[in-house]
Ligand binder design. Structure first.
Ligand SMILES: [Mg+2]
Length: 201
């Protein structure tokens, strides 16, 4: 079974519900090293995505384009910009296609990682969502089925959270907290892992 527009519609609903459930945890994580708005931003973003996703459209590129538009108009936050970049990257890569294979996910995520680095200025090792996406992209590189991808992606996300918790944040407002960020999860990485867990379930 490949990934189709129906897969995306289900995923969008799950992501919306997961973002609502994770809102308080993510606000709290962001509040320890930023302005405490990651949870509310993520909830608004994925509410907008779930609402904007077309009900009767098979072209994955058009579906992702609608998601990108919803993200771009839904928030002016840096998180919103990154999710918009991700959706635009996917729209461009899947235009004219009604399905993609699970074995293509790793390459698509790697493209998203590269576009985010180009747009947001994050480098690998800065302890941002880019590090999380890099880890999951690598883990997905050898997956051919939904079951393989589900297990590998969730393990990679947990391993990345655990590995980076012991390191300091090196970008954005969190960077000002320096060594005090050691022992804390980056809110963007945490947000990605929560969405992934919901979508993969
Ligand atoms: Mg914030």
């Amino acid at each position: 079974m490949a990934i189709t527009a129906d897969t995306l519609r289900h995923a969008a609903t799950r992501a919306r519900d997961a973002a609502a459930l994770a809102q308080d945890d993510l606000n709290a994580a962001d509040g320890r090293l930023g302005d405490g708005d990651t949870g509310v931003m993520l909830r608004r973003l994925f509410e907008a995505v779930a609402t904007a996703i077309p009900a009767h459209e098979n072209d994955l590129g058009i579906v992702f384009q609608a998601c990108a538009r919803a993200c771009a108009s839904g928030t002016g936050s840096s998180l919103g910009t990154l999710v918009t970049v991700a959706m635009m990257t996917l729209a461009k890569a899947t235009r004219g296609r009604s399905e993609i294979g699970w074995d293509e996910l790793g390459g698509l995520l790697a493209s998203i990682r590269d576009q985010m680095m180009a747009r947001g200025g994050a480098k690998l090792g800065d302890k941002t969502v880019v590090d999380m996406i890099d880890a999951v992209a690598s883990a997905l590189a050898h997956c051919a089925t939904r079951d393989e991808a589900t297990v590998a992606a969730q393990k990679a996300a947990q391993d990345a959270l655990d590995a980076f918790r012991a390191r300091p944040n090196k970008l954005g407002r969190a960077r000002m907290f320096g060594e005090r960020t050691i022992g804390l999860d980056d809110p963007g990485m945490l947000a990605f892992s929560r969405l992934l867990a919901a979508v993969a379930a």
